[in-house]
Each structure stands twice: as structure tokens, then as C-alpha cells.
Write a protein that binds this ligand. Structure first.
Ligand SMILES: Nc1ncnc2c1ncn2[C@@H]1O[C@H](COP(=O)(O)OP(=O)(O)OP(=O)(O)O)[C@@H](O)[C@H]1O
Ligand SMILES: O=P(O)(O)OC[C@H]1O[C@](O)(CO)[C@@H](O)[C@@H]1O
Length: 767
């Protein structure tokens, strides 16, 4: 049974202590084979084990001083009075970055945008100003004043699991060199071939010298594997070999494994820190801004796309088809497409498409070839799996880790295009309803078939087997160093950048859900307008996506309204799994105060699993990664120029109250505002789809107009181009129209008060 670590608010701890409640007992030894709990060595404090997210100061190199300062500095009473503190499930989520309207309450809306601020502001050095929601360490969760481990007592090991990804060797190198150079740690081992290597292979001794140039190679010098995670055997080996720092590099499966290891270590009371460094080329790990290797993959994908383009444009009616990685998410395909500009169509798992019929892929290919004589299609490996399954019945197969094995969408699509891409548009008079309609007829007559050449390029393993590029190298280094500092301080966590800041994140936060491209979001709208491809979505599809977004956001709202104790932050809780019947003895890092079982149980009970757990865990920052990086700034920049010209509709509900003025410049990431943002995104897409094409399924029976085939495409494409601008413009309208009612609302009063505080803060700032 899982054990968990819960840090109670100080009052609860004190109340429980006064009530004479004792130490929580470890009651997890249900199997005689399991090793018993170990008391810490005499004179040695228990590990803090807090995986509470710690905000490390912005832009700062993540070091122990920054760790210490994170709590000491930010939660001083004096400061706290001037920051907007939200106490939620995630600890103290602070909006510590001032908003321009804090300083200039009457600033016209358009001038409150980041872009214009930098252009117009007479005080260009005034930092802007997006809202930044951060994880902060709990007030009562003091970061230790000193390094937990003595250098000479550290025995560290490193393991890589799952698929390859550019940068694995860089992380390994920086872990070894960082431990050695920064902390003088010299007992470092490599575990070979993934988790199973803990119990089935020899450990490799690693030194700064032996890893010196491994970052120049792709892959992982340690080897990797799928499957083979046996928690007990792994922890037995860790224990037997006296390992006290475990660095685990891998994707969401790996991080789940790391969490299991952490829990078992905790259950046994071992003084071992577990540091996860999340990796996936697909870039779909939740909460963190970006996973390492992603940039390199996108860059490398350009080569394949370029080759496909050269091939396609050198042939008569040439089609270049490139398959890129992305099992559940199309981030690589989307970013590679946006970066390349040579792609005419990008297909991703999140956006269903169909082949035949009006608005389908074949029709688009036909049109594109007629217009351009060539085209490039990028398809993410997870796209169209349902379509393939319809034509190739295949048994569900899984890899050793239990991941579904996908059918090759690239091969399948190549085959389908070769067979089917040829339509003749015949205008017919529909006798029954006396309407002119377009009938699409597949033309199998050889003489009429157009010459077409298709070249399928599958660079998937090439783009992940290479060494990381410069920016990923830097990122890998920071992640590795961040992991070292946290582990040396005795913490267990997954590291990552969250909203541009280094953070230590509880394992389950990054594994309980997965980032996906939001097809109702502006980034995807941008892609549609960049490629000019059809969205393949019917109004029903968009409505469904919108509903899903709304439901997810209202769940978040509801969950946050529950206001669970702020300190229920640590690993093993938060509704992700059933709370354990008995808890491990908990010691506060600073006070060493044990958590009374009843108090702990109270907290646990608030964390009973519910169906919302996945969203719950992401509510504070998870929206941010889903909105692709730099989204806010980009939108604002574009929109300012274009909004006025493109607004055609203003019937949307105004955003309520005080939020309206906030939404203007940078949509703040409260759950409520998140919901509003999702809603307007969806509405934007809806606009797009309204004039768009129905799938054969949805579109059947709709009246059609002669000659509409091509025209409608143009209209739809134009609409999709407007999409990104419209939703922003709508925000502006909302603000203007919502301003009057909002002025009288209590929220508005709150905002006024807040602005007063802002003024104070400004004074302090300049002082
Ligand atoms: N739920 C889980 N609990 C414990 N271990 C797991 C779990 N899921 C996966 N693992 C282990 O983690 C390792 C890697 O998992 P997986 O093959 O799914 O790759 P991944 O870490 O998700 O990386 P990638 O992004 O490359 O798929 C395997 O050894 C697997 O046994
Ligand atoms: O072929 P392998 O090594 O199992 O890995 C393939 C999978 O790994 C990933 O690169 C990462 O999860 C996926 O995109 C892909 O489906």
C-alpha cells in the first residue's frame, strides 16, 4: 500500500500535539518479505522528504542559497501584505509579478499590453508584467539551512528509462560533473539499461573524466529499456548498495516508477533522495514548460521536412509525407510545421481528420496539387489511429511498459493516397430537391487520373537519436544542477521549469495527466492559417471540444473552491490515489515534529480520490503549459495590430467583474479566468468551423452549393486565419462592455483595494 507524506499547516500540527496525539506509525509492513522501517542513524535528522514545489528565484541559477531564500524571502509578513497570496491545494501560489494596471489603474486597455508597454512606456525598465502563478514553498516548510548530505557520504546513482531523447547524455554528464565539481561527490554509479539494471546488471562507476564528452553523442551511455520496473527489487538493491541519491531520467512512465521507488524508500525509512528528471521527446509531460530534447527534435525534423519538400517540388504532382513522433500529442508535428513553412498539412492525434468526402484530406490534396503542383504533409505517429483501425483490423499490442503499439500512420496514409487521391467534381442537378449540388465521385478511370508521386519519409528515430542542440544542452545542464541541489538538500521530487522558473515538483503532478495540443487554442489556429489546411472539424467536433474544455475548467474551479489545506502538497496525496490507512512517520524538515495520525488522517480525508484528480493536480499551473510557450505575448502583439480590423462579432458574454480589466493585457491564470479563456478559445474555433466543412459523417444532408468546393475552402481558411485575432479582440470588447457593470461589483471593489496595494508596492519598488 502506498504511503504518503503530508505536511500539515502549523496550527494543525500544534493542535494535534496539544491534543496529545502521537507519532504516526508505519503500518505498511503487510508482507513479511518487506523490509522494516529504519530509524535514522543517531544524530542524523530524517530527510525532509518534502516534495512541495519550491519556487527558486527568477532568472537565478538554482542553488542552495536560492532554495533557502525561496521560503525566507517570499513569505515574510512584510512582503506578504503586498502580494496577492492565494492559499490553495498547491501551497502558496503567489502572483508576485506586478501587473501594469497595479501601477497605472487608469491605463487605457490597449496600452496595458506587454508589447505596447515596451514600446510606449516612458519607463522602459519597468518590468512587465504578465501574471505569473508560481508554486512556493509552504510557510511552515522551511528549507534546510544546510546541505543534508555530507559529500563523502553520498553514493549517487543515475538511470535512464524509456525511449531515447536528445540530451540524455548531457543530463548524465552534468549530473556526474555537477556532483563532483560542486559538491565533491565522487561515488557515482550508472545503472545500465533502465530500471531492470538495478537488479540485473553491474553498476558502472562514473567520473567526471569518464563522462567528459558524452554530451556529443546521441542516445544514452547507460542504455535504456522499457518494462522491468520491480519496485521491491530496485529498492532492495538501493538499500543493499548503500545508495542515498537516485537520479532517474525518463518520461511519465519512468516518473511513475520513480514515485513508486520514492514511496517504498519512504516506507522503509531510508535516507535516500529520489530526483526525477522528466524526459520525453513528445513534450507532453504535464506541468513543466518544456521537456529537454524537444527543441532539438523540432530542429532536426526540419531536415526531413525540407527533404520531403525538395522531393515533392521536383516531381510532377509530388507529395512528400513526413511522419514525426508524438504518440498522444502532436507538439513536435505542430512546432515543426510552424517552423518550416513548407508544410501544407499537419495531422496530429488531437485533431481528428477524415479522408474522403467534402472537406476531407483527399479533396484538399487534390486542390493543393492543382494549385501548387506539390505538397508536404506532416503526420504525427499517433494521428488517425482510429481510421487505420477501421481499415486494418489489428489486435491491440503493447510494449514492455504497457504502452500501446501504434500502427504506422505514415505507411497507411501513403498507401491510401496512392490509391484514392483523385476526384472529379461533377456538377449535377439534384432532381429531387431541384438544387444544384456538387457530387464528389471517385474516378477510377485511368485515363483521367493525374500523375502523382508520393515520397514517404520516416525520420522518427533519426530525430531522437541525435545529440542535443545548444539550447537543449543549456537546459539539460540547468535541470541536472537543479536536481543535484534539491537532492543534496535531501528532497525527493521531479525537476522542471514551470512558467520559466526552476521548480521542484511532486512526482504525481507530472504523471497524473498529459499535455496535449488544444485544438481550440490559438496556436493550432495559427497553424491552420499558416498551412491553409482545412480544420477537418465539423461544428459538432468544435462544440464537443469546447464542452470538454469547459467541463475541465469548471472541474478545476470546483476543486479549487473546495479549498483543501494549503499544505497538502507533498507526494502521495492530492487525490491521485487512495490515501493510505496509516501514514509514514512524518517529520517536519525544520522542527522534526512528527505528524499526529489523526490530524494526518483528516488531511487525507480531504484528498479522497475523485474523478477530477487529474485536472485537480494541474489546476494552478497546468493551464500554462497547455497554452503554448510565449502565447500571451505573441497574441497580444499580433492582436493589437489586427484586432480592430477583424472584430466582427461582439455578442459574447462579458467577463465578470474585476477580472475584465485583468484579462485585457494578460489573461491571468485563475481557474475562473482559465475557464473564460478556454471558453473564448473554443468560441473562436467555433467561428472558424461554422463556415467550415463538415465531415462526411456530420455533413451529410447539408445543402451544398455549386462550385462551393474551392471557394468554401478559401473562406474557411480565411476564417481560420482570423481566428487567433478574433478571440483576442473579443477579450478587448469584453473589457470595454463589461467595464460599466463591473465597476459596481464587489469584485471591482476588491480590485480597487488591490490597486491601492499596488500603488504602495510601486512606491516600495521605486524606493
Ligand atoms: N505505472 C508505472 N509504475 C511503475 N513503473 C512504471 C510505470 N509505468 C512505466 N513504468 C516503468 O518506467 C519505465 C519507462 O516507462 P515507459 O516505457 O512508459 O517510458 P517513459 O518513461 O514513459 O518514456 P517515453 O516518453 O520514452 O515513453 C519502464 O521501465 C516501466 O516499467
Ligand atoms: O520505438 P520505441 O523506442 O518504443 O519508442 C517509440 C515511442 O517513444 C516516443 O518517442 C516517446 O514516448 C514516442 O513518441 C514513440 O511512440
Amino acid at each position: 500500500m502506498a504511503s504518503s507524506h503530508i505536511i500539515l499547516p502549523k496550527e494543525e500540527e500544534e493542535a494535534a500535539a496539544e491534543a496529545g496525539l502521537g507519532v504516526a506509525v508505519e503500518a505498511d509492513h503487510d508482507s513479511p518479505a518487506q523490509r522494516p522501517f529504519q530509524e535514522p542513524a543517531p544524530g542524523k535528522a530524517a530527510l525532509p522528504f518534502s516534495a512541495t514545489c519550491v519556487r527558486i528565484s527568477r532568472d537565478s541559477y538554482p542553488n542552495l542559497r536560492a532554495l533557502r531564500n525561496a521560503s525566507a524571502l517570499d513569505l515574510h509578513e512584510d512582503d506578504a501584505a503586498f502580494v496577492k497570496v492565494e492559499e490553495g491545494d498547491y501551497g502558496y501560489v503567489l502572483d508576485d509579478v506586478p501587473h501594469l494596471t497595479d501601477y497605472l489603474p487608469d491605463l487605457p486597455v490597449s496600452a496595458a499590453t506587454p508589447f505596447l508597454c515596451s514600446l510606449l512606456a516612458p519607463w522602459p525598465d519597468l518590468l512587465f508584467l504578465g501574471e505569473n502563478w508560481q508554486y512556493f514553498v509552504n510557510a511552515d516548510d522551511t528549507v534546510p539551512e544546510k546541505v543534508y548530505f555530507e559529500s563523502e557520504e553520498v553514493k549517487a546513482c543515475i538511470v535512464t528509462c524509456g525511449g531515447l531523447c536528445p540530451g540524455l547524455n548531457t543530463v548524465i554528464r552534468e549530473l556526474v560533473c555537477g556532483l563532483s565539481h560542486m559538491y565533491n561527490v565522487n561515488d557515482i554509479f550508472g545503472i545500465q539499461n533502465g530500471y531492470k539494471g538495478f537488479y540485473s546488471s553491474n553498476y558502472l562507476t562514473m567520473t567526471a573524466k569518464s563522462v567528459n564528452d558524452i554530451h556529443k553523442r546521441g542516445g544514452t551511455v547507460l542504455g535504456t529499456s522499457r518494462g522491468g520496473h520491480d519496485t521491491k527489487k530496485i529498492v532492495d538493491n538501493i538499500q543493499d548498495r548503500g545508495i542515498n541519491q537516485v537520479y532517474i531520467i525518463g518520461g511519465d512512465g519512468t516518473q511513475k516508477g520513480a514515485y513508486e521507488i520514492y514511496k517504498e524508500i519512504r516506507r522503509r525509512g531510508l535516507q535516500v533522495a529520489v530526483a526525477g528528471i522528466p524526459k520525453t521527446i513528445d513534450n507532453d509531460i504535464a506541468v513543466i514548460d518544456k521537456s529537454f530534447g524537444f527543441d532539438t527534435a523540432v530542429e532536426e525534423a526540419q531536415r526531413a521536412i525540407n527533404a520531403a519538400h525538395v522531393e515533392a517540388s521536383s516531381a510532377e504532382n509530388g507529395i512528400g509525407l513526413v511522419k514525426l513522433m508524438g504518440r498522444y500529442s502532436g507538439f513536435i508535428a505542430m512546432y515543426a510545421t510552424l517552423a518550416s513553412r513548407d508544410v501544407d498539412c499537419c495531422l496530429i492525434p488531437e485533431s481528428p481528420f477524415y479522408l474522403e468526402g467534402e472537406g476531407g484530406l483527399f479533396e484538399y490534396i487534390d486542390r493543393r496539387l492543382k494549385e501548387n503542383n506539390h505538397m508536404v504533409i506532416v503526420v504525427a505517429e499517433g494521428a488517425g489511429q482510429d481510421l487505420i483501425a477501421q481499415s486494418i483490423p489489428a489486435a491491440d499490442q503493447q510494449d514492455a511498459s504497457g504502452n500501446k503499439l501504434l500502427l504506422d500512420v505514415g505507411l497507411w496514409l501513403t498507401h491510401k493516397i496512392k490509391l484514392d487521391v483523385n476526384y472529379v467534381y461533377i456538377c449535377t442537378l439534384d432532381a429531387s430537391c431541384m438544387q444544384v449540388s456538387v457530387k464528389l465521385t471517385r474516378d477510377y478511370c485511368k485515363s483521367k487520373k493525374m500523375e502523382m508521386t508520393i515520397k514517404y519519409i520516416d525520420p522518427t528515430y533519426m530525430i531522437r537519436a541525435i545529440p542535443s542542440n545548444a539550447s537543449d544542452n543549456v537546459y539539460c545542464t540547468l535541470l541536472a544542477h537543479s536536481a543535484i541541489h534539491g537532492a543534496m538538500a535531501g528532497y525527493s521530487f521531479t525537476v522542471g521549469m514551470v512558467n520559466g522558473r526552476h521548480a521542484y515538483i511532486p512526482f504525481h503532478r507530472v504523471t497524473s495527466t498529459r499535455n496535449k495540443v488544444r485544438i481550440t487554442d490559438r496556436m493550432w489556429a495559427r497553424l491552420l492559417s499558416s498551412t491553409n489546411q482545412p480544420s477537418f472539424l465539423s461544428k459538432e467536433d468544435i462544440d464537443a471540444a469546447r464542452e470538454a474544455d469547459k467541463a475541465a475548467n469548471s472541474r478545476k474551479n470546483g476543486d479549487n473552491a473546495k479549498k483543501k489545506p494549503a499544505s497538502v502538497l507533498a507526494n502521495g496525496t492530492n487525490g491521485v490515489e487512495t490515501p493510505p490507512a496509516a501514514l509514514t512517520p512524518l517529520r517536519h524538515p525544520a522542527t522534526e515534529a512528527p505528524v499526529p495520525p489523526s490530524a494526518a488522517a483528516d488531511v487525507s480525508s480531504t484528498m479522497a480520490p475523485d474523478s477530477d484528480s487529474a485536472d485537480d493536480t494541474r489546476a494552478a499551473v497546468a493551464d500554462q503549459p497547455e497554452q503554448q510557450p510565449s502565447e500571451e505575448t505573441e497574441i497580444t502583439q499580433e492582436a493589437d495590430g489586427a484586432a480592430a480590423a477583424t472584430v466582427t462579432k461582439s455578442s459574447e458574454e462579458p467577463a465578470s467583474g474585476a477580472n475584465a480589466s485583468w484579462t485585457a493585457a494578460t489573461p491571468p491564470m485563475t481557474p475562473e479566468r482559465g475557464a473564460a479563456a478556454a471558453a473564448h478559445d473554443s468560441e473562436g474555433s467555433d467561428t472558424q468551423s461554422a463556415g467550415g466543412r463538415g465531415s462526411p459523417l456530420h455533413g451529410e444532408g447539408k445543402p451544398r452549393h455549386a462550385g462551393a468546393g474551392v471557394k468554401r475552402d478559401d473562406v474557411a481558411a480565411a476564417k481560420s486565419r482570423l481566428l487567433a485575432f478574433r478571440s483576442f479582440a473579443r477579450d478587448k470588447k469584453v473589457i470595454k462592455s463589461g467595464g460599466a457593470e463591473a465597476a459596481a461589483s464587489p469584485e471591482r471593489e476588491g480590485a480597487a483595494e488591490h490597486k491601492e496595494k499596488g500603488k504602495e508596492r510601486r512606491k516600495r519598488f521605486w524606493k
